[in-house]
Design a protein around this ligand. Structure first.
Ligand SMILES: NC(=O)c1ccc[n+]([C@@H]2O[C@H](COP(=O)([O-])OP(=O)(O)OC[C@H]3O[C@@H](n4cnc5c(N)ncnc54)[C@H](O)[C@@H]3O)[C@@H](O)[C@H]2O)c1
Length: 326
C-alpha cells in the first residue's frame, strides 16, 4: 500500500511520529483543525492518524483523494465513518490492546473507591470536616462482581478483582463457559447474573445490542444496593435509569468514566455526576503515559506494515475492514 505522507490531527505521542519517520514516511502534525481546514488539508495525504477528537466523516473521506488508511490511536472508532471508508476502499485500523490494562486498572480503582467512599471522604476532610461515621464502607472480599463483556478488558478486571477476594461471574456472546473458566469467571446468562451480583461492570462495545443494556428493568432485577461501573462506552448504561435507581436507593452507587454525550451537557448526566454516590471521571480510561506510548507505537507499526517498509513490522491486527486489503 502506498503510504508516503501521513497527517496526524490529534495529539498522539511523539513515539508515533518518530517511528514513521525512521521508516521513511513523511509526517505532518496539525492539531485543532477546523472542519474546513481538514477537508482542504487531507487531499494531499495517504494516511491519517487520529485519536477521538477528529471526526472522520464521509466528507473527510471523500476529500481524501489519495487516502489509503485511517488509524485510530486507541480502541473506539465511533468518530470514524468505517462504512464509508470501506466503500471507498480506505483501510481503518485501531490499536485495541494498547490501552486494555489502563482501562482495566481504572475500573478496579472505581470498584474499590466506591466500596470505601474514598472520594467522598477525602472531599469532606479537605473541606475541614471529620465525618468518620458517614463514610463507613464495606469490604470487597466475598462480594460478587458481574462482568458483562469478557474480552481483553473484562478478563483483566476479573483476574485483578479475584485477588481482592471477589467472586467473578460474567457473560459474553462469543465466550464459552469453558473459556471463561480459564480466568476463573463463572459463565452465566444475563438473567442469572442480575439477582446475584453486588457490582456490575460493563466491558462491551456500544452497539445496538448493548445500548442501554443496563436499564430500569435490569436495575429492578438486581439486589438492592448494587453498584454499577462503566469504563466502556457512554450509552451502555441508561443514565436516566441509573440516576433514578440511585435516588430511590435501589442502586448503591456508580463509577462512571464515559457518558452518553462527551463532554456532558444534558441535565440528567450533570445531575448524575453531581450525585454524592457517584464517582465520575472525564473519560480517563486510556489516559496513562504507558497506554499513550503503546497506542502511538502500535498505530505506527501497522502503517509501516501496510506500506511494507520494514520486514520487522508485519502485524496489521487492528484493521477493521479487511475486505479493503484484498
Ligand atoms: N474508558 C476508556 O477510555 C476506554 C479505554 C479502552 C477501551 N474502552 C472501551 O472498553 C470496551 C471494551 O474494550 P475491549 O478492548 O475489552 O474490547 P474487546 O473487543 O476485547 O471485548 C469486548 C467484548 O464484548 C463482548 N460483547 C459484545 N456484545 C456483547 C453483549 N451484547 N453482551 C456481552 N458482551 C458482549 C464481545 O464479544 C467482546 O468479547 C470497548 O467499548 C472500548 O471502546 C474504553
Amino acid at each position: 500500500m502506498e503510504i508516503n505522507k501521513v497527517l496526524i490531527t490529534d495529539a498522539v505521542d511523539q513515539a508515533c511520529v518518530n517511528l514513521l519517520k525512521e521508516n521513511g514516511i513523511d509526517v505532518s502534525c496539525r492539531y485543532n483543525l477546523t472542519k474546513e481546514e481538514l477537508l482542504e488539508e487531507i487531499s494531499d495525504y495517504h494516511g491519517l492518524i487520529v485519536r477521538s477528537d477528529t471526526k472522520v466523516t464521509a466528507a473527510v473521506l471523500a476529500a481524501g483523494l489519495k487516502l489509503k488508511v485511517v488509524g485510530r490511536a486507541g480502541a473506539g472508532v465511533d468518530n470514524i465513518d468505517v462504512q464509508e471508508a470501506t466503500k471507498r476502499r480506505i483501510a481503518v485500523l485501531n490499536t485495541p490492546g494498547g490501552n486494555a490494562v489502563s482501562a482495566c486498572e481504572l475500573t478496579c480503582t472505581l470498584i474499590t473507591t466506591l466500596a470505601r467512599n474514598v472520594v467522598q471522604g477525602a472531599a469532606s476532610l479537605k473541606a475541614g470536616r471529620w465525618d468518620r461515621k458517614l463514610y463507613s464502607g464495606h469490604e470487597i472480599c466475598g462480594k460478587v462482581l458481574g462482568i458483562i463483556g469478557l474480552g481483553r478488558i473484562g478478563r483483566e478486571v476479573a483476574i485483578r478483582m479475584q485477588a481482592w477476594g471477589m467472586k467473578t461471574v460474567g457473560y459474553d456472546p462469543i465466550v464459552s463457559a469453558e473459556e471463561a473458566k480459564k480466568f476463573n469467571v463463572q459463565f452465566l446468562e444475563l438473567e442469572e447474573i442480575w439477582p446475584i451480583v453486588d457490582y456490575i461492570t460493563v466491558h462491551t462495545p456500544l452497539i445496538p445490542e448493548t445500548a442501554k443494556m443496563i436499564n430500569s428493568k435490569v436495575l429492578a432485577k438486581c439486589k438492592k444496593g448494587v453498584k454499577i461501573i462503566n469504563v466502556a462506552r457512554g450509552g451502555i448504561v441508561d443514565e436516566e435509569a441509573l440516576l433514578k435507581a440511585i435516588e430511590d436507593g435501589r442502586c448503591g452507587g456508580a463509577g462512571i468514566d464515559v457518558f452518553e454525550q462527551e463532554p456532558p451537557t444534558s441535565p440528567v448526566t450533570l445531575k448524575l455526576i453531581q450525585n454524592p454516590k457517584v464517582v465520575a471521571t472525564p473519560h480517563l480510561g486510556a489516559s496513562t503515559s504507558e497506554a499513550q506510548v503503546r497506542v502511538a507505537v502500535e498505530v505506527a507499526e501497522q502503517f509501516i506494515a501496510l506500506a511494507k517498509r520494514n520486514p520487522k513490522y508485519t502485524s496489521t491486527a487492528g484493521v477493521l475492514n479487511h475486505s479493503v486489503l484484498h
